[in-house]
Design a protein around this ligand. Structure first.
Ligand SMILES: Nc1ncnc2c1ncn2[C@@H]1O[C@H](COP(=O)(O)OP(=O)(O)O)[C@@H](O)[C@H]1O
Ligand SMILES: O=C(O)[C@@H](O)C(=O)COP(=O)(O)O
Length: 427
């Protein structure tokens, strides 16, 4: 196996898998740590965990189990995928998981590169930018689970890990792969464990992809994986062949949104202007999850049948979120919303819904787990970082949208694409 990816959430997993498939790399996504006996024939395997906001010990244990599974299959390069906005806290989980993977693989230096320029995530002098502002000035400062209040990746990494971080600055990246390799050697000799790689554009990603080609462990966002494929095109196939197995089916469709990001707020508002939206009450979710999920299902059925499918949305803006969290507690409110989506997803599946378009990483994990899907074929791209995926073990299609990804009309565009590119007979 050429590349084995350990992704810390489900949208992150489909994000990186989508980039690999778009480069023509035969890729399969497995949900959770697979059984030891599971056999796969793919150039790249993406193992999606829901470890981003899990307790540290759990995130480390699951990541090590995923590593063991990959190493048993002669994986040439292991890639720890986390968010392009470095979603984490001083406790973790990016630092502890990276340290555990380094220890298990006997590595003393790895790279840190969450850049995804196509979606506005760039790294300059080790500082992460979201669009045209440093991350701490972006909407990420209001994230419900891990508000990001610093943009300095060296500082963020050192606060949650065992060693020192250094930077390979943009000026070095501009000079090409050999210059980056030399800079990595210098950092290693100086005792640095984590090399933050600057990247402002696709050309930088390609340079970095070439520079890390000999490294057994790398970490970052989907941009670095794109760069790895761009730098070594040997054996890559036709992307449309790779995408065929993941084309969406034509089944009954539901949209579920549990992201409170700025972009998802805009997407929900745009959708509400022309399509049915059922709003979630966190208080009702806490009061009786199952009974409330049944009532929401009835509301969905009552508004079905128009040109666009119903959207069930817990999405709120920063003021409403702050009010809910101060009254109910951030953890309790977020757990209640996730439990509700879990219960509702099961009811929707029993009711015959087959296409699930989901916004939010944690929310996507909850929905995929509720559907008990073993893995995904990766299909056509709706937006950069958001492909359609098709369950390997049941006739269900999903789009798992990271909170900040997609343009304002994403929910419409996803359904338009599903109609335009349905799966072929027998797929
Ligand atoms: N109205 C709400 N009040 C409180 N928490 C919420 C609300 N809506 C969603 N959440 C929680 O916020 C978190 C959003 O995370 P996630 O789904 O990963 O979105 P994103 O991709 O934007 O990070 C989830 O845990 C979700 O349950
Ligand atoms: O790298 C990214 O931005 C995404 O792949 C990702 O990890 C998404 O996470 P959420 O924003 O929590 O959906």
């Amino acid at each position: 196996m050429r590349l084995g990816i350990i992704a810390d959430d489900f949208t992150g997993a489909t994000d990186i898998a989508g980039f690999l498939v778009a480069n023509g790399l035969g890729t399969i996504q497995l949900n959770g740590v697979p059984d030891a006996a599971e056999t796969v024939t793919a150039d790249a395997v993406v193992i999606s965990l829901k470890s981003r906001s899990a307790p540290v010990e759990q995130a480390v244990a699951e990541s090590l189990a995923a590593l063991e599974w990959l190493m048993a299959r002669d994986c040439e390069q292991v890639f720890f995928k986390y968010c392009s906005t470095f979603d984490s806290t001083p406790q973790g989980n990016i630092g502890p998981v990276t340290d555990a993977l380094m220890a298990a693989m006997g590595e003393t230096l790895t790279v840190i590169c969450p850049a995804l320029p196509v979606n506005g995530r760039t790294i300059y002098q080790g500082y992460l930018f979201v669009g045209d502002v440093p991350m701490n000035e972006s909407g990420m400062r209001h994230h419900p689970v891990n508000p990001m209040t610093d943009a300095n990746l060296m500082r963020l990494m050192e606060a949650q890990s065992e060693g020192r971080a250094g930077n390979v600055p943009y000026a070095v990246v501009e000079r090409g792969p050999d210059a980056v390799r030399a800079a990595l050697q210098e950092l290693k000799a100086a005792g640095v464990r984590y090399a933050v790689l600057d990247a402002l554009n696709a050309e930088h990603l390609k340079t970095l992809g070439a520079a890390v080609s000999g490294m057994r462990l790398v970490t970052g966002g989907a941009g670095l994986a794109d760069g790895i494929c761009m730098a070594d095109t040997d054996g890559l196939g036709d992307p449309s062949d790779a995408e065929a197995a993941g084309r969406p089916g034509a089944g009954r469709t539901i949209l579920l949104s549990g992201s409170c990001s700025q972009m998802t707020n805009r997407q929900v508002a745009a959708y509400a202007a022309a399509a049915p939206v059922v709003r979630v009450s966190v208080d009702e979710a806490i009061a009786d999850t199952d009974a409330y999920a049944t009532r929401l299902l009835d509301e969905v059925k009552a508004v079905e049948g128009g040109a666009y499918a119903p959207l069930v949305s817990a999405t709120v803006g920063p003021e409403a979120l702050a009010e809910i969290q101060s009254r109910l507690g951030a953890q309790a409110a977020s757990a209640a919303v996730e439990d509700l989506f879990h219960a509702l997803t099961r009811k929707l599946e029993s009711e015959g819904f087959q296409t699930f378009i989901v916004a939010g990483g944690e929310t996507s994990g909850t929905v995929s787990q509720a559907l008990e899907i073993g893995g995904f074929h990766i299909g056509p791209r709706i937006a950069p970082g958001v492909p359609f995926v098709r369950a390997v073990d049941k006739p269900i299609s999903l789009a798992l949208k990271s909170g900040n990804f997609g343009q304002e009309r994403f929910f419409f565009e996803a359904q338009d694409l599903a109609r335009a590119a349905p799966a072929r007979e027998g797929q």
